[in-house]
Ligand binder design. Sequence first.
Ligand SMILES: [Zn+2]
Ligand SMILES: [Zn+2]
Length: 275
Amino acid sequence: MTNDPPTNQFRVGILVTDLQCSTQSFLLFSQRMYSNQRNVCKGTMLRCVGFSLIELLVVIAIVAILASLLVPVLSQARMKAKRVRCASNMRQIGLGMRMYSDENRGSLPGAGHGLEATSESWIHLLKPYGITNPQLRQCPADKLAMARTQNGGSSYILNGYVAIDQISPFGEMIESFRYLDRIRRPVQTMILFEISDRIEPESFTDHAHSRAWTGNWQNVISEIQPDRHHSGKTASQHNSGLANYLFADMHVEALDAQNLYRRILQEDNFARPPR
Ligand SMILES: [Zn+2]
Ligand SMILES: [Zn+2]
């Protein structure tokens, strides 16, 4: 009887006892390790839970590098968002002009050239055609926009070519581009520009005398801001960056100031409606 092989029940009993023993041993081993670790850490706290000075400097350097990479990207994204909002304003104004012209035998609204009241200027004539919100008259990148609105103006000025007829001293019509349906190449004819910072908000100016721009960049930048939407440092000649332009087919395009600068110096006045 005593030499009988152990039963299955007996084998399971041994296994359970072994498992309990192993678990207890493991727990005892872990406690010892933890206790040893704590003893080591007590002596060298910095090594266990803190940073060394070099590690801290490396982290600061990495953060500085990331910041220097991110800041220009963020500022460009912000500038682009402003340009898009400005283009949307111009598009709205263009729709208003189209509606005005449909009800006024094809004529564009007049400029304040020789007008007594600023309320007769084109921007106010567009109020019945949806241009009532003052923000539609403001380019988000124009720092003087608010002051201009308060003085009855806006961030945008009409191209003199389409706003004012050219009349001879004897009262004869020399040329006129005031009627939308008579403009030969609407896709290439500019109607609206972004106003220059050099024009103070106090002086009410709603149109550019663009016939005087040929060969004279100073005349251009005294009336419009060809780098209104630029990032980085402003060039003294305002010929580095972009600005939005509304065309007679009512599309809006952002054009490079450098190209326009070259055209003006080559006596090619970009404001003149092509024939
Ligand atoms: Zn004028
Ligand atoms: Zn703008």
